[in-house]
Design a protein around this ligand. Structure first.
Ligand code: BF8
Ligand code: SF4
Length: 651
């Protein structure tokens, strides 16, 4: 059950590297890292293997000091309960809920920071940020039930920020306005029946930590309801963060750019932005522009900003900044020897970056008071100080550029061309060219006639375990053969960008179903491309909310449940608790969710049953665990086929 990645493994080299199917450039950089930094992700992974089977199955508990305890799920005469009497299912459910809390907390705190900036801008306390997309602000206000007539933009922004912050922290028990406004009606009524609609964010989070302490909730079903509620808290965070970021920094529209580490430019000062909060990266971009001449004065051709992980997605979507590296490639970016500064905020910043940066001239700069990394320079960011901080960061990059060691530079060739920026608004703009009055119609018609067999949202992370078998690339290749429209976010967007799925010119290199090919071509030509890309980049991980907005629109237009739509979510290379909480929200919405590596629930038969079977009758969601890319694609297509049959569509 646990040993899932055996199939394609190659021999492990003398430095504990199992390169699997990784490409030559990555292997070259990893070897360089071994020589120059004496650590690599593959080595660190190999040293952990075999990883703890109890942990993988979710039956290890260290919640109290009578433990740690673990359950013998194979019934070989070992313990069937922990010291306190907790069963495998209780332990699994408690662990899962705590994981989901970790992810949801990340997203709601992200949302809160953006909402506070909006409030301060509206109150006139911050003049270094502005309301960029007024139209979107008004649309959000209307969604939230705020009257907009005869009010100026600032007043509307203030009311939106107040509703948002109040929604997060209010004490009364009225339902959250954001959740109500942004959730598909059919899903919402199911949540009401289950009694899982949150009224704020702090209470479910506090309660989850409380109830999972030793000696509290031991009922797996009750715990799973709390888990589903936590998924809604997460969805809240995602949606608020994305919508309000669009107001402040602009709603994404079609952009042309490049992907992979070849976007690092030797003759330029290279500054990498890494993390999640556009409040920081937007300012770094601004100052890179202002200080370009300063970079020229020290002999560089200018400043080149490159994007890493989700911040990379944010600045790509809004400004066309190159998508250089996913989370796992962040250290490889440093290994090129040509990144002069890497500035980070929160989430997905591996601690190893401090150690690796110290082997080069690179300045690693942390900016968030609760995210400090040994070996990094800390310059505290706050929206009030944003300009000073961003200026200082760019200046540090320019200074570091002068300390490069030219003998240590290796930058790969051939950046991959990409088109991105597919917010819901951008997708609708394309569709409006075909059907101005009813933009969803062409999309729905093509789903009905089978040109588009279904939609699969592929989201989440680049796990070294699954990178070695190129899980995402292989799965996408199978899906597009079956006329599946693929939308992507997060680090999966980096992976698909690097693999050529966002380059319309490369469509001919893949085996693509005829229906899908025709639709992408027809729509792409409406906006001057030879085709839309095979993978539509919808943004960062918080931008998964854009997929939620689209699902709501389709389901309400057709007046059918989200769970009936031929749509599946997949996190094929899951790493973080955030991916778990996003997946939980998608299950809440009523959409099947494929994952690999397996969610750590398989040691709890009751919990596994709830997620893989019972949920279908509750929200319509279904957890699907499969760790062969081809089989996963098959299972996903089968689920879509079943939904089509149930709708009476061509199977
Ligand atoms: O939030 S995809 S590794 S960077 S968790 Fe992290 Fe996963 Fe990347 Fe963005 Ni999302
Ligand atoms: Fe063991 Fe129970 Fe304590 Fe967990 S809570 S460590 S199962 S005694």
């Amino acid at each position: 059950m646990v040993d899932i990645f055996k199939e394609k493994e190659k021999v492990i080299d003398e430095n504990s590297h199992n390169y699997g199917l990784l490409d030559e450039v990555s292997i070259k950089l990893i070897k360089k890292e071994e020589r120059e930094a004496h650590t690599t992700v593959l080595q660190r992974l190999a040293k952990q293997e075999p990883q703890c089977g109890f942990g993988e199955l979710g039956v290890c508990c260290r919640i109290c000091y009578m433990g740690p305890c673990r359950i013998d799920v194979f019934n070989t005469g070992g313990p069937q309960t922990g010291v306190c009497g907790a069963t495998a299912d209780t332990i699994v459910a408690r662990n899962l809920l705590r994981e989901t809390v970790g992810g949801a907390s990340s997203h709601v705190e992200h949302a809160q920071e953006i909402a506070e900036i909006l409030r301060d801008v509206a109150e006139g306390k911050l003049d270094n940020y502005k309301i960029t997309d007024k139209e979107k602000l008004i649309a959000i206000a209307k969604n939230l039930g705020i009257v907009t007539e005869n009010k100026d933009v600032r007043q509307i922004a203030l009311e939106v920020s107040e509703v948002s912050l109040n929604d997060l922290y209010k004490l009364d028990k009225t339902p959250s306005r954001w959740i109500k406004a942004y959730s598909p009606k059919s899903s919402y009524s199911k949540w009401e029946k289950l009694g899982i609609v949150p009224t704020n964010i702090w209470q479910p989070i506090t309660n989850a930590m409380h109830r999972t302490m030793m000696g509290n909730d031991a009922d797996p079903v009750n715990l799973m309801l709390a888990d589903l509620r936590m998924g809604l808290v997460d969805g809240y965070g995602l949606t608020m963060a994305t919508e309000l970021s669009d107001v402040l920094f602009g709603t994404p529209h079609l952009v042309h750019s490049y992907a992979n580490l070849a976007t690092i430019k030797e003759e330029y000062v290279n500054i990498a932005v890494h993390g999640h909060n556009p409040a920081l990266s937007e300012k770094v971009l601004e100052w890179a522009d202002k200080l370009n001449d300063q970079a020229k004065a020290v002999g560089a051709k200018g400043i080149n900003i490159i994007g890493v992980c989700c911040t990379g997605n944010e600045v790509l979507m809004r400004h066309g900044i190159p998508l250089a590296a996913n989370e796992m490639q962040a250290e490889l970016a440093l290994i090129t020897g040509a990144v002069d500064a890497m500035v980070v905020d929160f989430q997905c910043i591996w601690p190893i970056l401090g150690q690796v940066a110290s082997c080069y001239h690179t300045k690693l700069i942390t900016t968030v008071p609760y995210v400090k990394i040994p070996g990094a320079t800390h310059i505290e960011f706050s929206p009030e100080k944003a300009d000073d901080v961003a200026k200082k960061i760019v200046e540090m990059g320019i200074e570091a550029y002068q300390n490069r060691n030219p003998t240590r530079i290796f930058i790969p060739d051939h950046p991959e061309e990409i088109y991105a920026g597919f917010s819901v608004e951008a997708i609708l703009d394309v569709l409006k060219k075909v059907s101005p009055e009813d933009p969803l119609k062409p999309l729905i018609d093509n789903i009905v006639n089978g040109n588009i067999y279904g939609i699969v949202a592929i989201v989440g992370c680049p796990n070294p375990k699954t990178r070695k078998i190129l899980f995402t690339e292989r799965m996408v290749k199978e899906l597009i053969k079956h006329n599946i429209l693929v939308v992507v976010t997060g680090c999966i967007a980096h992976i698909t960008a690097q693999a050529g799925f966002m380059n319309p010119k490369k469509i001919k290199e893949f085996e693509v179903g005829e229906g899908l090919k025709a639709v992408l071509k027809a729509l792409g030509q409406q906006i001057g491309l030879e085709s839309l890309p095979l993978a539509l980049h919808m943004g960062s991980c918080v931008d998964n909310s854009r997929i939620g907005v689209l699902l709501k629109a389709i389901s309400e237009k057709l007046n059918i449940d989200v769970s009936a739509l031929p749509v599946v979510g997949s996190a094929p290379e899951l790493i973080t608790e955030k991916a778990v909480s996003i997946g939980t929200w998608v299950l809440d919405l009523g959409v099947p969710v494929h994952v690999c590596p397996p969610l750590r629930v398989q040691g709890g038969p009751q919990v596994t049953n709830i997620l893989t079977k019972d949920l279908k009758n509750l929200t319509g969601g279904e957890l699907y665990i499969e760790c062969s890319p081809e089989k996963a694609a098959e299972g996903i297509v089968e689920r879509i086929r079943n939904k089509r049959v149930a709708l009476g569509l061509k199977a």
